[in-house]
Design a protein around this ligand. Sequence first.
Ligand SMILES: [Fe+2]
Ligand SMILES: [Fe+2]
Length: 228
Amino acid sequence: MDTVSRRQFMTSVGAAGVGVLLGGCAGKADSKEVTAVEDLMREHGVLRRALFVYSEAAVRLRDNPLSVPPGALQKTASLFRAFGEDYHEKKLEEAYIFPAVRKAGGEAAGYIEILVEQHQRGRVITDYILALSRGAKIEADKVKPLASALESLVRMYRPHATREDTIIFPAWKQALTAKQLDEMGDKFEDIEREQFGADGFESAVRQISLIEQELGLADLAQFTAPKP
Ligand SMILES: [Fe+2]
Ligand SMILES: [Fe+2]
C-alpha cells in the first residue's frame, strides 16, 4: 500500500469509526433517558433538600429567630408548592401512580388513602408557612408555631416519601409492562415541560441550591458526622 492509498484507507476507517461512534451515541441516548421511576425519585431528592432546609430553619427559629430570613422560607415553601404539591403529587402521583397501584391491589394499595390525606395536610402546612413568611420579619408570637409546623411537615413527609420509594413506586412498576413504563416516562417529561418549560427538574435543583447557599447549608462537608 503506497502512502496515498494508505491515507485514503485510514480516512475511510476514520469515517466509519465516526459512524459507529455516532450510532453508539444514538443508541445510548435512549438508555440515558430518565425513566419514570427515576424521575419520581429524583423529585423526592429535591423535596428532601427542601425538608432539610425546613428542619435546619426550625432549629434556628427556636434558637435565634432573627437568623432565619423569612424570604428563604417563602422561597422554599413556594418551591415545595410548585414542584412538590402541584406537580409531583397532583400531576404524577395522584393522576397516574395512585390509581394504578390501587387497581393492582395488595399491600401497596392499602397505603393510597393515607398518602393522599398526607398530601392534603402538607398543602395546609405549606399555606401556613407561606402566610407566616410573607413579611420582612416573622412575628414574635408566631416563631414557635412556625418551627413546630416545619418540624411536623418534615416528620410526615420523610416516611411518606420513603414508603413511596420502597413500596408504591416498585408496585407501580410491577403493574406496568416495559412498554407502558417507557410511555409513562415520555408522558412525565411532557407534563414536566408543560408545567415548567424545558427544565423543570434542573430549575428546581438550582432554586434549592440557591436557598441552601443563602442559609449557609451549601457546603456538604460541614455535615460529615463527628467521630463518636
Ligand atoms: Fe406522595
Ligand atoms: Fe412522592
